[in-house]
Design a protein around this ligand. Structure first.
Ligand SMILES: NC(=O)c1ccc[n+]([C@@H]2O[C@H](COP(=O)([O-])OP(=O)(O)OC[C@H]3O[C@@H](n4cnc5c(N)ncnc54)[C@H](O)[C@@H]3O)[C@@H](O)[C@H]2O)c1
Length: 278
């Protein structure tokens, strides 16, 4: 087999379950895993719900179908699931649909999340705090709670990646509900690594720098800050002052899911151009 063929067969026969797969980083992870041979369960909110506090535009059914179309055009299978990570029942149904249609779940990437406008903690709305924790932390719990029992069926070579944030390594002011939820994700990943280790299943968290996705659009709209100012703020907070791209996070996801990382578990991997070291 040529090196190219071997690379594209790296995840052959494997199934990855990704939340927030309709756009942004989740979309990038899904497309790359499909290029490397995986079949995909693409989970996103679509018409299963909406986010109102803060008012937030989430991915649509069309966004999900477009990712699914690109995966099928690469010769891989894709299942589209509209589900709200805030609902334990909907996430359980999403996992069951994946196993019914794709036969198994090998990899979980808990990636769905929102941001909010900047405000000091004592001025945050209680509703916005609750929504943030419900999606960015409890949503990750619902995701792993629904999927891990399916991983335990046949644990060899299976792995979980939780998407945190650079601000879960080095906190920033005026976004404390996001920071607190992401510190929670970091803790959940560490606890899961300890629980899953005896089964041979790995769990790691990734902590990206600021990245230009629809989440940046939300920050622009919620804060009234021009995009170029926000992106410059991201860059100037880094040791390497260049934009980090979704594909940079995807490379870390692929490595952590692969056999090359077979003894890597419980790691908090920053892909942040040195933001947390500055
Ligand atoms: N963009 C950044 O600057 C940045 C930096 C560090 C970490 N992150 C994290 O990376 C992850 C991906 O973010 P992104 O940059 O691709 O943003 P994005 O907004 O493009 O993607 C987030 C996805 O999550 C989905 N989602 C939101 N609420 C949901 C819900 N209740 N149920 C199901 N799906 C829901 C959205 O529809 C969207 O498709 C998030 O966890 C985010 O917190 C982003």
């Amino acid at each position: 087999m040529s090196p190219e063929a071997a690379a594209s067969a790296r995840f052959d026969g494997r199934v990855a379950f990704i939340t927030g797969a309709g756009r942004g980083q989740g979309r990038s992870h899904a497309l790359r895993l499909a290029e490397l041979g995986a079949d995909l369960a693409l989970v996103d909110l679509g018409s299963a719900g909406s986010v109102s506090s803060p008012h937030y535009a989430t991915a649509t059914r069309d966004d999900l179908e477009s990712v699914a179309g690109e995966i099928r055009s690469r010769g891989r299978r894709a299942v589209v699931v509209e589900a709200d990570v805030r609902s334990a029942e909907q996430m359980a149904a999403a996992a069951a649909t994946t196993v019914d249609e794709l036969g198994r779940i090998d990899f979980v990437v808990a990636n769905a999340g929102i941001t909010d406008g900047f405000a000091p903690t004592w001025e945050l709305s209680v509703e916005n705090w609750k929504t943030m924790v419900d999606i960015n932390l409890t949503g990750v719990f619902h995701t792993v709670r629904a999927t891990i029992p399916h991983l335990l069926d046949e644990p060899e070579g299976r792995a979980v990646v939780l998407i945190g944030s650079g601000v879960a390594i080095k906190a920033v002011p005026n976004l404390s509900h996001y920071v607190a939820a992401k510190y929670g994700v970091r803790g959940l990943a560490a606890a899961l690594a300890a629980e899953l280790g005896p089964y041979g299943i790995r769990c790691n968290s990734i902590h990206p720098a600021g990245i230009d996705t629809e989440m940046t659009t939300a920050m622009v709209e919620l804060n009234g800050i021009p995009r170029d100012v926000l992106l410059e703020r991201f860059r100037s907070g880094q040791l390497i002052q260049t934009n980090v791209e979704p594909s940079d996070i995807t490379a870390a996801v692929v490595w952590l899911l692969s056999e090359e990382a077979r003894f890597v578990t419980g790691v908090e991997l920053t892909v942040d151009a040195g933001e947390s070291k500055k």
